[in-house]
Design a binder for this molecule. Structure first.
Ligand SMILES: C[S@@+](CC[C@H](N)C(=O)[O-])C[C@H]1O[C@@H](n2cnc3c(N)ncnc32)[C@H](O)[C@@H]1O
Length: 234
């Protein structure tokens, strides 16, 4: 089993620090961005919660790639404002369990679900990764826009983007058990992550998943990668 890698090397380290600083500034300035309009939904970006949008990019990249079928049961890990949960519900999911460690994210998800009339299908739960799930629950699709910039978060807000690599490894180890037999994982990742994309795929493949599709998008400081893994049926 891989251990989380430390990002080393001057340029890579500096880029990751710059990105983390930019996110911290963006979230701590008293900016109150207008609600985001996406596919007819209104997403309020609440204080103290990771703000999806054109500047942060990952949420919208995953939203675009997301494949939800009518009647799906979906798990949205690290739901933040609830943007992915609401899009999944709007595109036909029967039920979306939305999990976050940040209580403000759950309040925000609840607010956004009510603002868009989707509260009957979105079930916000407080906790870390799979811990708030009940025995016997299983999902057609697990979504994860994880914190990935290398670092140890010093607040719940910073847990929106910083991770030592341990969260993503724990996610990969535990996710297959919560998927239905034909279930999928769609997640967004980055070349700046604490655990490299190559190691992530290696780990996933060794844990009962196979890479079904991968899309890459060049950003200013990093390349974003949207992965689609399927549960291996052997
Ligand atoms: C990059 S943000 C994504 C938010 C939202 N899904 C989106 O796409 O805009 C990552 C989210 O994961 C949450 N998070 C971090 N560690 C977590 C954990 N161990 N379990 C559940 N949520 C976690 C953070 O609080 C944050 O809301």
């Amino acid at each position: 089993m891989a251990k989380a890698e430390n990002l080393t090397g001057g340029a890579a380290f500096l880029k990751a620090r710059m990105a983390a600083l930019a996110l911290k500034l963006y979230h701590s300035l008293a900016l109150n961005p207008k609600p985001l309009r996406v596919e007819g939904l209104t997403i309020h970006r609440c204080p103290g919660v990771f703000k999806p949008g054109r500047l942060t990019r990952t949420s919208l990249l995953l939203a675009e790639a997301m494949r939800v079928e009518e009647g799906f049961e979906v798990l949205d890990l690290g739901c933040g404002t609830g943007i992915l949960s609401l899009l999944a519900a709007k595109r036909g999911a029967r039920r979306v369990v939305a999990v976050d460690v940040n209580p403000k994210a759950l309040e925000c998800t609840r607010l956004n679900a009510e603002a868009n009339g989707l509260e009957d299908r979105v079930d916000p739960r407080l906790g870390s990764l799979f811990q708030p799930l009940k025995p016997g629950e299983s999902f057609n699709l697990i979504l994860f826009n994880p914190p990935y910039l290398p670092g140890r978060p010093r607040s719940l807000l910073e847990a929106g983007w910083l991770d030592t690599g341990e969260t993503i490894l724990r996610f990969l180890r535990e996710a297959p058990a919560w998927l239905k037999p034909e279930g999928s994982i769609q997640m967004v990742y980055s070349t700046m992550a604490a655990l490299s994309p190559g190691r992530l795929v290696e780990e996933a493949e060794s844990l009962g998943l196979h890479l079904h599709e991968k899309r890459e998008f060049r950003g200013l400081l990093e390349t974003y990668i949207v992965y689609h893994f399927k549960k291996r049926l052997d």
